[in-house]
Design a binder for this molecule. Structure first.
Ligand code: F6R
Length: 246
């Protein structure tokens, strides 16, 4: 199935278009929203905070599930995804703290935490609207190349390419965790709608592999071809990877 594609000319337009997509989906009653971390959604969260503080939007009826969390970082570590989400979104909007769900990466039993998170998703899901980024190696969430499309929430060993890429946020590569807890591809595909954000030339190749070849676990994002309601939000440089589809 071909995704819908929106190409933006500026970063501001990209962030606003992402916020329009989310705003339209959380304006009704009781939305379950799937969220990502990383650099792609930072401007989206800034927009959502601005709209909420201006009284145009409310998170009162929103329940969120984040895609993933590093294993082994305390919740106060600057790169912990819970802290990222608090700083970029949750501390600034009217969401009920009990409606926020992020795997607990500081647990001493990550397998059990993954199973617990999957049960929560089963109880409150399916996710109505899922925001995704994509790794340069085609990962979605922390589902690295080779992950079966049937995988549910699980503990992953992070690929070297992912650790290298994320080391820009840490003092050194050694400090980047080696494991994470992530929603699986099966959980992601159960979402009713998906918005994939890809900004910059570094994402073009991953998009090309994800959408121009037969779906394969070697390119996790290619699983999105199996979903009927995916929108790709791109800038011109990332869109170069989707040339055939534009
Ligand atoms: C983060 C996540 C990852 C990122 C991906 C792209 O929660 O699930 O899959 O979306 O690594 O990261 P950025 O946006 O930093 O390029």
């Amino acid at each position: 199935m071909l995704p819908r594609i929106i190409v933006c000319e500026t970063r501001e337009a990209f962030d606003r278009a992402a916020a329009d997509w989310v705003s339209a989906r959380i304006s009704g009653e009781k939305t379950v929203l799937g969220l990502a971390t990383g650099s792609s959604p930072v401007g989206l969260y800034r927009e959502l905070v601005g709209r909420t503080q201006a009284g145009e939007l409310s998170f009162r009826h929103v329940r969120t599930f984040n895609l993933d969390e590093y294993v082994g970082l305390s919740s106060e570590h600057p790169q912990c995804y819970r802290r990222f989400m608090n700083e970029h979104l949750f501390n600034h909007v009217d969401i009920e703290p009990t409606s926020v769900h992020i795997p607990d990466g500081s647990t001493d039993d990550p397998q059990r935490e993954a199973a617990h998170y999957d049960e929560l998703l089963g109880a409150f899901g399916p996710i109505d609207a899922q925001v995704l980024g994509v790794g340069t190696n085609g990962h979605i969430g922390f589902n690295e190349p080779g992950t079966p499309f049937t995988a549910r929430t699980h503990v992953v060993q992070l690929a070297e390419e992912t650790r290298q890429s994320n080391s820009r946020f840490f003092d050194s590569l050694d400090e980047v965790p080696t494991q994470a807890i992530t929603m699986g591809i099966a959980n992601i595909l159960e979402s009713r709608e998906i918005l994939l954000l890809a900004y910059g030339a570094a994402k073009a190749k991953a998009l090309q592999r994800a959408f121009s070849e037969t779906p394969t676990p070697h390119v996790p994002a290619s699983a999105l071809q199996l979903h009927a309601n995916v929108t790709l939000l791109l800038d011109r440089e990332a869109a170069a990877g989707m040339k055939g589809a534009l």
